[in-house]
Design a protein around this ligand. Structure first.
Ligand SMILES: Nc1nc2c(c(=O)[nH]1)N[C@H]1C(S)=C(S)[C@@H](COP(=O)(O)O)O[C@H]1N2
Ligand SMILES: [Mo]
Length: 487
């Protein structure tokens, strides 16, 4: 006997609960996606993908993938599909718990514990939303037995099945769209003689940093240069420059920054690079099972290393051209490495040797106290008015302009003209690549006097660090801020 005030029992067997949880999981994923696109709210499946590729960066997994499929963009998309299955499957299991509130709580806690970089706000939102969805579906779709037969159970069951099938279609459609869209590594090659696309740094202005005096930088001859690939590979070999043309060409717009760039500094530039995927080359030489790290050597004795799992990321490129021209001597002729999301020190120029190894070997700068991973910090910079001649005309409409950059898309830039008391949102100019910086501008008519300018950027739930810190060892943080006067 049930008391009249207790909620109607949910005769829904585990099977019906799973179906409802599946519907809630798909709805939650769709809502989350909309929140990502419209408001830049971090999307947990993407964070999960990042966490897993970091932890599962074990070569065995990637080797299996590459044996099965080769290591094109497809492997990365397949890995993401795996994450989508894990995410939706996990949510369905959680959601099938008897109490929606417990399921929502469990989701929030799992997100906080498992996906540390989400913080607590996003898990809280997701937990609440999941709870709400599950509760609503339970109320709307549960067969109510003897209670109030508003609608016959048959209708509820059919609706549940229909929604679940719709969810299956939506999930399938989403993944297909992702596969269609393919990698982000595509760009139009610049046409020689024509102006570069907006936001791209001309080679003459591309920043330059070297451990060598410029006069002692390598000047390599195209004929004599060789790339030697050895260590734990199945078929060690050397490549001449023309032999590299066998690999599928890739063009990608990417921003490169030096880890020693101070806040507001000039050691950051954006170029259109062409080359090919490192993973294609590694597939050709074959990877031995014990291999764990990739060690680089360059003609100037510079060394760096990368865990093999990360080296197999299809976005890691070996490039021969910058802005449509062969690399010049300064910028690494004939071959240099590009790794998204890392500072320049992680990306050797003039490379001559590539060794797979079971042991890591810290790189040139890592041995000297700089970061081992060299992941980029979220940054923003004011370019106009220039800090070196900070004078503007009183009462004249003008723009404050600059750039922002991170390893994930910039979602918001704010500018202050009153010493960080108030902030205004700047207009963003998205470039064609997610690996490129984001130019921004804000219209401004300065009143007579002096004004303290400042800028800060956001990438989803990642906020630019306020705390000023020196570039050594992990890269500079803090806001770019300076005073301008009116003339
Ligand atoms: N072989 C070699 N590669 C190198 C370096 C170097 O000194 N030697 N410097 C690194 C550093 S610290 C940076 S910031 C970038 C700079 O590249 P760019 O001068 O083409 O902008 O190259 C990296 N690759
Ligand atoms: Mo650097």
């Amino acid at each position: 006997m049930t008391s009249p005030s207790s909620p109607p029992r949910v005769p829904g067997s585990l099977w019906w609960r799973l179906l409802r949880a599946w519907i809630a999981a798909v709805l939650l994923s769709l809502l989350g996606y909309v929140a990502l696109i419209w408001a830049g709210v971090t999307y947990p499946p993407i964070t999960l993908f990042g966490t897993l590729t970091q932890w599962l960066g074990v070569p065995a997994v990637f080797q299996l993938l590459h044996r099965l499929l080769g290591l094109g963009q497809d492997a990365k998309l397949l890995a993401f599909s795996g994450v989508a299955v894990l995410w939706l499957g996990g949510l369905s299991l959680l959601g099938s718990l008897e109490r929606p509130l417990i399921a929502g709580l469990a989701l929030a806690i799992l997100c906080v514990l498992g996906l540390g970089s989400l913080g607590w706000l996003v898990p809280l939102l997701y937990g609440l939303a999941f709870w709400g969805l599950l509760a609503a579906l339970q109320r709307g779709l549960a067969p109510q037995g003897k209670a109030a037969p508003a609608r016959p159970d048959r209708v509820r069951r059919t609706t549940t099945l229909g929604l679940a099938a719709g969810g299956l279609l939506a999930a399938g459609g989403g993944l297909t769209a992702l596969f269609r869209q393919g990698g982000s590594t595509t760009a139009a090659a610049p046409v020689p003689g024509e102006p570069l696309p907006f936001g791209v740094t001309p080679v003459e202005h591309f920043y330059y940093v070297s451990k060598n005096l410029e006069a002692f930088d390598p000047r390599l001859s195209a004929d004599k240069w060789r790339l030697t690939v050895g260590g734990l590979v199945q078929r060690p070999r050397t490549f001449t420059l023309p032999e590299l043309a066998q690999f599928t060409p890739v063009i990608s717009q990417r921003t490169l920054s030096c880890i020693s760039n101070p806040v507001g500094g000039p050691l950051i530039s954006n170029g259109i690079w062409s080359g090919f995927r490192l993973s294609d080359l590694l597939r050709q030489v074959g990877i031995q099972r014990e291999a764990r790290y990739l060690l680089w050597e360059a003609a100037d004795g510079y060394t760096e290393s990368l865990p093999l799992g990360e080296a197999l990321d299809p976005e890691v490129l070996l490039v021969t051209h910058l802005n449509g021209e062969p690399l010049d001597d300064k910028h690494g002729f004939p071959l240099r490495v590009l790794i998204p999301g890392r500072y320049g020190m992680k990306q050797p120029r003039w490379i001559t040797k590539l060794t797979l190894s079971a042991e890591d070997e810290p790189g040139y700068w890592a041995k000297r106290g700089w970061s081992k991973t060299a992941r980029v910090e979220l940054m923003s910079r004011i370019d106009q008015p220039p800090e070196i001649s900070p004078v503007v005309q009183a009462g004249m409409a003008t723009f404050i302009r600059g750039v922002a950059f991170y390893s994930q898309p910039i979602t918001k830039v704010e500018v202050s003209t009153d010493g960080e008391k108030t902030w205004q949102e700047a207009e963003l100019f998205k470039l064609e690549s997610v690996y490129a910086w984001t130019p921004w501008q804000l219209a401004w008519t300065p009143e007579a006097g002096s004004h303290q300018l400042a800028v800060r950027a956001y990438a989803g739930s990642v906020i630019q660090k306020t705390q000023p810190s020196d570039a050594l060892p992990e890269g500079a943080t803090g806001y770019h801020t300076f005073e301008v006067k009116t003339s």
